[in-house]
Design a protein around this ligand. Structure first.
Ligand code: KG4
Ligand code: ZN
Length: 338
């Protein structure tokens, strides 16, 4: 069997990442995180593009060295075309184009959202890949989607957020509580010690499979303001219970829609992806759903759920096999049709 070496580049948001795959196996997956945004309480696009400019060459270099190959071994280059921040996408896109031209190898433009889902097809010892058809729940700081997949290349969005992404709901709630960015992992941490039923927040009434999280954020803001006006130590004294209650509400919102999606499609195999799938409440609830409802759930290695280039590489590899290459004139897109 011929070995196909793919270099993949991901630069849609604030992480610069490069990976090398040999067929569907990951040889290296390097991610340079940009700590600079923490002091601003969110990603600053201008700073992100600049950091990508600084990071891209060393990150690609390390990925190639760590994989134990040379650039002459590469068969194709895959990169994130969108969606994402334009200034960030352009850095990875332009780099990928130049390198594919210099090496004379095909260029493959990849949709970041599809890659989050197809990350489940990375070959990993001990990881059982989903079988078609299945449903994918993509939850991150930028996205909240339920997608129905009937094959590797055929997928349809059946539900998505109409306002904030679920990661934003976590991060904005954390910000209201005075926690640093990104607050999602901190809410998760404090929630472990708290009572999830301590403060019942109401779930939004969204029809069908679409999500809304902005109302919950406003509800939490008013709840905190009201209680802090009465007791200035309210947050400190109730941190674990507040976090557990917020997390519980968000998990219930996700579960309600998943249950509806399973009922509507008759598909009970659920694959999750995106940074929020690290959340312990979501993981535990999905495991419970396997027992309670007979679902099969797929949770990939954490490294492949947050933004990373390996997921771009697996999509690149499958497209390479099909001969689906991109023109040199391909452009980055902040918004991209699915
Ligand atoms: O996929 P990701 O790394 O980047 C994109 O947004 O594309 O996701 C980051 C998001 C942030 O909102 C972060 O707060 C959230 O994932 N997150 C979590 C946890 N770990 C990361 N949210 C809740 N619980 C966690 N354990
Ligand atoms: Zn992402």
């Amino acid at each position: 069997e011929k070995k196909i070496y793919t270099l993949a580049i991901e630069s849609s948001c604030d992480d610069t990442s490069a990976a090398i795959l040999c067929n569907d196996k990951v040889l290296s997956n390097i991610v340079a995180r940009q700590a600079i945004h923490e002091e601003y309480g969110g990603v600053v696009p201008e700073l992100a593009s600049r950091a990508h400019q600084q990071n891209i060459v060393p990150v690609v270099d390390v990925a190639i060295k760590k994989a134990g190959i040379t650039k002459e071994d590469l068969d194709c280059i895959a990169f994130t075309q969108g969606p994402g921040l334009m200034g960030s996408l352009l850095v990875g896109g332009s780099f990928a184009k130049s390198m594919s031209m210099a090496l004379g190898i095909p260029l493959i433009a990849v949709n970041h959202m599809k890659a989050h889902i197809l990350a489940h097809f990375i070959d990993e010892a001990g990881y059982e890949k989903p079988t078609f058809p299945f449903l994918a729940l993509t939850i991150s700081g930028g996205h909240t989607q339920i997608v129905k997949l009937t094959s590797f290349f055929e997928m349809e969005i059946i539900g998505q957020t109409t306002d904030d992404a679920v990661g934003e709901a976590f991060d904005k709630s954390a910000k209201i509580m005075g926690l640093p960015y990104p607050g999602g992992p901190l809410i998760d941490k404090f929630a472990q010690e708290g009572n999830p039923k301590a403060f019942p927040f109401t779930k939004p009434k969204m029809p069908g499979l679409d999500f809304s999280f902005s109302g919950l954020k406003t509800q939490i803001l008013y709840f905190i303001q009201k209680n802090v006006a009465i007791n200035s130590n309210f947050i400190e004294e109730n941190k674990a219970d507040i976090c557990a209650s917020i997390q519980h509400t968000i998990v219930q919102i996700l579960m309600d829609k998943l249950k509806l999606a399973v009922a509507e499609t008759g598909i009970n195999k659920i694959a999750i992806g995106g940074g929020v799938s690290a959340n312990s409440g979501i993981r535990a609830t999905l495991k419970e759903a396997e027992r309670k409802y007979g679902w099969t759930t797929y949770i990939p290695k954490f490294e492949y759920t947050t933004d990373n280039a390996a997921m771009i590489g697996i999509v690149g590899y499958y497209n390479f096999l099909e001969g689906n290459f991109s023109e040199a004139a391909v452009v980055s897109k902040a918004r991209i049709e699915f």
